[in-house]
Design a protein around this ligand. Structure first.
Ligand code: FAD
Length: 464
């Protein structure tokens, strides 16, 4: 008998071949395969999060959808696990990969939009900007996240919080169908009729199989306003308090984030932002300019020093949050909050405000509520029962403080949650082993995972 190193699960003896998975993968797959001895290994194993030091037994860069199924076959023959990965944005949440094949899907970026059915069919490695490029010309928007280079599949499997979320809910519920290769090597078409249980599981429940393709709902967006309001960081406490008071009263058409944000001295940034420190509110409003004006009035009454909120195209959904446009090293921390009380805001400003000597690049509160909280039994992530999502991050390599100090600051941010702690959201949880996520807690999800993958072949975000 052989065992998967990370799980201790048992494989039949007949499946054990002692070595040479790289050669077997090369024979079985059309895409590039690299192993630890190869010159190309370091580039092949690199995740978007440059702080993640992934060292898999082999890397397959799938060139064809058939490579996904071929990798399952070879992995089983060699007693290895499989870690599917599109971009590596979520790489910080994986456990060790030494007994796994890293299955990269970044070459499988096909997207087809059906403007009549308002559906996008999206291959495993496609990014949000790939979808927006095809949907926006039809006036259609997906529930994209804040960064255009995040993968559509990983985002949905982890839940998906969008700047259209308070109107349309968590993105996981926009997942209408998928083509999935399960651990037994079967290729399954999953939708509400053919396999409602697996569809439920894929909607926020992580890697229950290798997802080759998804179909997601698109929404008609006749009018949109997006952008940012900036104030000097010295006004952080006042602005965060006013935003917190405004957020529960705002219409569902608007979804925002409020952040204490320190821009690096990067020459690529506009001069007005470069090296600057601000409190920033950004987001999206579904509707025309007059209605947007009304919704934003209480925030504009705080006289922002820069006001860049206004009518915008659908593509701006992945630009408005000013996420880094290239891979970076990131360490982060996160908690959901029932409420962002005065005490919490005081403590966050003490940690990250104007007077703090800090490595925290940003401390963010995202506005939840509206449709994001709605429950209908169709998804693992069945609405988020919290008012705000707290997220903080910094750069561990070459940042202003050493990694240990940054880790302590990130922990201190989460500790502010105290009695308001309302759990965690998988996509914002960038470390492994978290027991508060449904991946660890939800008995129905665990039963589904065990039925589909009894040997623990799949190694995914929060399922290591
Ligand atoms: C700059 C930035 C901005 C972000 N903004 C948002 C946001 O606005 N809203 C939000 O909800 N999240 C956001 N996130 C979090 C992001 O959604 C998660 O990190 C998500 O996991 C990224 O998916 P990915 O495919 O790009 O990453 P990957 O690291 O490639 O994948 C993450 C996980 O998804 C699973 N997976 C990926 N592809 C497959 C597949 N083909 N089959 C099976 N499993 C697969 C695996 O478990 C994998 O470990 C952001 C992250 C960053 C770094």
């Amino acid at each position: 008998m052989a065992r998967y190193a990370a799980t201790g699960k048992v494989l039949p003896m007949t499946n054990l071949v002692a070595s040479a998975p790289v050669d077997a993968l090369r024979s079985a797959c059309a895409g590039d395969v690299t192993g630890p001895g190869d010159a190309a290994y370091d580039a092949a194993r690199q995740a978007w999060n440059l702080a993640a030091d992934q060292r898999p037994a082999a890397v397959v860069r799938a060139a064809l959808l058939a490579d996904l199924a071929a990798t399952v076959r070879v992995a089983r023959e060699h007693g290895l696990r499989i870690a599917p990965q599109g971009t590596g944005h979520g790489a910080g949440a994986l456990g060790p990969l030494d007994a796994a094949i890293l299955l990269r899907t970044d070459e499988l970026r096909g997207v087809e939009v059906d403007p009549v059915a308002q559906i996008a069919r999206v291959q495993a490695g496609a990014l949000w900007d790939d979808v927006l490029a095809k949907s926006a010309p039809h006036g259609l928007a997906p529930l994209a996240g804040s960064a255009g280079d995040v993968g559509v599949v990983g985002y949905h499997l982890g839940g998906g919080l969008s700047f259209l979320g308070r109107k349309y809910g968590v993105a996981a519920k926009q997942l209408l169908a998928a083509t999935v290769i399960t651990a037994d090597g079967q290729i399954r078409r999953v939708d509400a009729e053919s396999d409602p249980e697996l569809l439920w599981g894929l909607r926020g429940g992580g890697s229950l199989g290798i997802v080759a393709e998804v179909e997601i709902a698109l929404h008609a967006v006749p009018a949109l306003a997006t952008g940012q309001l900036f104030w000097p960081i010295e006004r952080a406490r006042e602005v965060l308090g006013a935003w917190r008071d405004w957020a529960p009263t705002a219409p569902r058409e608007i979804t925002t984030s409020a952040r204490i944000l320190r821009f690096p001295p990067d020459p690529a940034l506009p001069e007005a932002l470069r090296g600057g420190a601000f409190v920033v509110i950004d987001g999206a409003f579904l509707g025309d300019a007059a209605a947007c004006e009304e919704a934003l009035a209480p925030l504009r009454a705080l006289s922002p020093s820069m006001d860049m909120f206004g009518p915008a195209g659908i593509e701006s959904l992945t630009q408005l949050h000013m996420d880094p446009p290239m891979p970076v090293p990131v360490m982060s921390s996160h908690a959901l909050l029932h409420d962002a009380t005065d005490r919490i805001l005081d403590e966050l400003v003490a940690l990250a405000g104007a007077d703090a000597q800090t490595g925290l690049l940003m401390v963010e509160l995202r506005q939840l509520g509206g449709a994001i909280a709605e429950q209908d039994g169709t998804a693992v992530l069945d609405g988020i029962q919290a008012g705000y999502a707290l997220f903080a991050c910094g750069i561990p390599m070459g940042g202003p403080v050493p990694p240990e100090a940054l880790a302590a600051e990130l922990a201190a941010v989460v500790a502010t949650a105290g009695e308001q702690h309302a759990g965690m959201f998988a996509n914002f949880t960038e470390s492994p082993g978290n027991t508060e996520l449904p991946h660890a807690r939800d008995e129905r999800l665990r039963a589904l995972r065990t039925a589909l993958d009894p040997d623990g072949l799949l190694l995914g975000m929060h399922t290591s």
